[in-house]
Design a protein around this ligand. Structure first.
Ligand code: ADP
Ligand code: MG
Length: 324
């Protein structure tokens, strides 16, 4: 069953150009979708849109259906109910957003009290259980954030995200601030927890190798668009789009401390949304660009039963038609 369906999502920040440009994605209940791409490609913008956390004045178009209900047209009261209980988010560097003057157990219990109306004692008990689920002793509930390591704080954030038993968790580069060994542990922990609890996961990272190890499907974003989407292993090992290919050859396997390089053979940076190249936004950096790539925009199209890509070198599967 479909848990999340994003249709033609477009996000334009106040005074800026579109940072997300017509994204279609879907996620089945209990499945894991990875989203990869260099900095500035619109991954966080997409994540924030999913929970309506974008700054005031941002224009958002399209649909975001969670269990069939459009998050974009919900009343605020409903949006608040959805956050935590329907869908919750683990941010990039979120562990710095713990409140320094409150014990971590109370911070985990807070959303339970807010959204579940549990008694204080029951919420406290649940906080202890959640800490154990994320690999910390329940007694750490009485610790203050500064008494925990970075990895432990990120585990607390994950416990908070799980507190109200959401059906969808969005993890936006949840481990970027941590050292490499801890990163792998935390990513595995998130994956285990979602698998055990049948929660849907959207995991954002610029590291394709990590996502290929932890997710069912993988979407690669470039300049605010999904340029390739398909089964995670296939996208990682045999990318169809030249950008996905460059990203996958950039990152050796998980656990390799040298795994943070610019994409292989790919000079420059993704374009600013306000200065997009004509045609395919990737063409100025593409090693296999043709003349047509500078003039014709490339839509995401069905390449085979399970795969979609937006590149002139990838013909649409005649049996499938194009994705609209
Ligand atoms: P990613 O997470 O892939 O690094 P982001 O979604 O953070 O990408 O950014 C996409 C684009 O949107 C970038 O060009 C960035 O500068 C711009 N952007 C991000 N946040 C804001 C904001 N609050 N106001 C205006 N522009 C923004
Ligand atoms: Mg980001």
């Amino acid at each position: 069953m479909t848990l999340l369906e994003v249709q033609n999502l477009t996000v334009t920040y106040a005074g800026g150009a579109a940072a997300v440009r017509g994204v279609d994605l879907s996620l089945a209940t209990g499945r894991k979708l990875g989203i990869a791409g260099e900095s500035g490609c619109g991954k966080s913008t997409l994540a924030l849109a999913l929970l309506r956390l974008l700054p005031a004045g941002t224009r958002v178009g399209g649909k975001i259906l969670l269990d069939g209900e459009d998050i974009l047209t919900m009343r605020w009261g409903q949006v608040r109910a959805v956050r935590w209980a329907g869908a919750s988010i683990v941010f990039q560097g979120a562990m710095h957003s713990l409140n320094a003057v409150h014990r971590v157990g109370d911070q985990i219990a807070e959303p339970i009290l807010l959204h579940r109306m549990a008694t204080t004692a029951a919420a406290r008990r649940k906080a202890g259980e959640l800490l154990e689920q994320v690999g910390l002793p329940a007694a750490r509930a009485s610790a203050y954030p500064h008494e925990l390591s970075g990895g432990q704080r990120q585990r607390v954030m994950i416990a908070m995200a799980l507190a109200c038993e959401p059906r969808l968790i969005v993890a936006d580069e949840p481990t970027t601030a941590l050292d490499v060994m801890i990163q792998a542990q935390i990513l595995r922990l998130i994956e285990q927890l979602v698998s055990e609890q049948d929660v849907g996961l959207i995991m954002i990272s610029h590291d394709l190798a990590v996502l290929a190890d932890t997710c069912d499907r993988l979407a690669v974003m470039y300049a605010g668009r999904v340029v390739e989407e398909g089964p995670a292993r296939q996208v990682y090992e045999d990318a169809l789009h030249p950008y996905a290919e460059a990203l996958s050859s950039a990152f050796p396997r998980i656990g390799d401390p040298a795994s943070r390089f610019a994409p292989h053979g790919l000079a420059g940076d993704p374009p600013d949304p306000s200065a997009l190249p004509s045609g395919c936004a990737f063409h100025p950096r593409c090693a296999v660009a043709l003349d047509v790539c500078g003039t014709e925009d490339q839509a995401l199209r069905v390449a085979s039963r399970e795969r979609r890509a937006a590149c002139t070198h990838v013909p649409a599967d005649p049996g499938e038609g194009s994705v609209t």
